[in-house]
Design a protein. Structure first.
Length: 148
């Protein structure tokens, strides 16, 4: 009797590397191509670790913002934020390197402003300031202070 082959189990870091590599390659052909790659990846990878999903939805937020799909961008930002704690726990080095350039805050604020959700845009500004992502978020927060 032959032994059954066990499924290959990738580490979280390997899944992250696969995602970023695939996204980088797809993004070379523009946001449409990046979006198709991300949609396929998220649809077919049911066991994608939550920490990796944070980055996938961050990439999704960037692509949808470039395409002016503001509602989808806002949804992607919300989902990325839901998985942020997992990324902080499981991929702290990668998150630390990516945090300043992640789309969650910049694109999330833009999406909420486009959708007229000024209070949520202000909350994202506050979160970005708390995370020390740059003084421009303080300026954005100050310019939205009327929404409080």
């Amino acid at each position: 009797m032959s032994k059954r082959n066990e499924p290959v189990r990738k580490s979280i870091k390997d899944s992250y590397a696969d995602l970023t590599s695939g996204h980088q390659t797809a993004a070379l052909d523009g946001p449409d191509s990046a979006l198709r790659y991300l949609d396929r990846t998220l649809a077919s990878q049911h066991s994608l670790p939550n920490a990796v999903k944070c980055f996938a939805y961050d990439f999704l937020a960037a692509a949808t913002a470039e395409l002016g799909q503001w509602e989808r961008c806002a949804d992607a930002v919300d989902t990325a934020l839901q998985h942020l704690e997992a990324a902080e726990t499981d991929l702290p080095v990668q998150l630390g390197e990516s945090l300043p350039t992640m789309a969650i805050w910049e694109r999330g604020i833009a999406a909420r402003l486009e959708l007229g959700d000024f209070e949520s845009a202000l909350e994202l500004c506050d979160d970005a300031v708390t995370r020390r992502l740059g003084p421009h978020f303080e300026a954005k927060r100050d310019s939205l202070s009327w929404a409080r």
